[in-house]
Design a protein. Structure first.
Length: 210
């Protein structure tokens, strides 16, 4: 029975992630953070997918984050992504969902058909504070919708939780990443309302959409 089951075996070799609180502060207003990860993937397909072969691939992504907060109400942020290899995400696997949801080599080049490489996000955020523990956060620039609309504490990080795309960023929803847009977050005590608008350079058919 084993040789008739499509079975990806994923081995996480190295993950080093600095949380925002542990990021390196060059000054009171400037800090750096980052992620370095490595994975080796091997798939055993048997007779279940004769058009694909048993295969193995590796990938090493690296992301660098820079944050500048001139005041407590203002922040400038940028994230850069670099990677070597695509793992089994390079089309050698028969699975529709990516075996590793990380941002790999092909993902950091010509992002969304914008002819932009390595720059994943770059945005400015301003916080408006109101009475009664209310605040409104407005963000604009190159953003990632998953940062605002999917905050699952147990299945939301492809580097420290689950690797497979089926268990990262709620596949029941469609949340684009790394393109031009804006986000609004209104918070009142323990409640929050969030909205995101984006223009994405290309979909899989090469068409621009909002």
């Amino acid at each position: 029975m084993f040789n008739r089951i499509a079975l990806p075996v994923l081995l996480l070799v190295l993950v080093l992630k600095s949380a925002p609180a542990a990021s390196y502060e060059v000054a009171d207003k400037l800090s750096f953070g980052g992620i370095l990860a490595g994975a080796y993937q091997y798939q055993v397909l048997g007779d279940s997918s004769p058009e694909y072969e048993d295969n193995d691939r590796g990938a090493v992504p690296f992301q660098l984050e820079i944050s500048y907060t001139p005041t407590p109400s203002n922040e400038l942020f940028a994230k850069f992504g670099f990677a070597a290899g695509n793992g089994l995400n390079d089309g050698t696997s028969p699975f529709y969902l990516a075996p590793w949801a990380a941002t790999l080599e092909d993902d950091v080049k010509n992002i969304n058909g914008r002819n932009r490489d390595y720059l994943l996000t770059a945005w400015y955020k301003h916080i408006f504070a109101f009475a009664g523990e209310q605040q409104l956060e407005i963000t604009g620039g190159i953003i990632d919708a998953t940062d605002y609309l999917d905050e699952n504490a147990y299945s939301n990080d492809e580097y420290t939780q689950f690797m497979n795309e089926a268990l990262v960023n709620g596949p029941q929803g469609f949340l684009p990443s790394f393109d031009i847009g804006g986000a609004a977050e209104w918070e009142l005590n323990q409640f929050a309302i969030k909205g995101v608008a984006m223009n994405v350079g290309e979909n899989d058919d090469g068409k621009n959409y909002n």
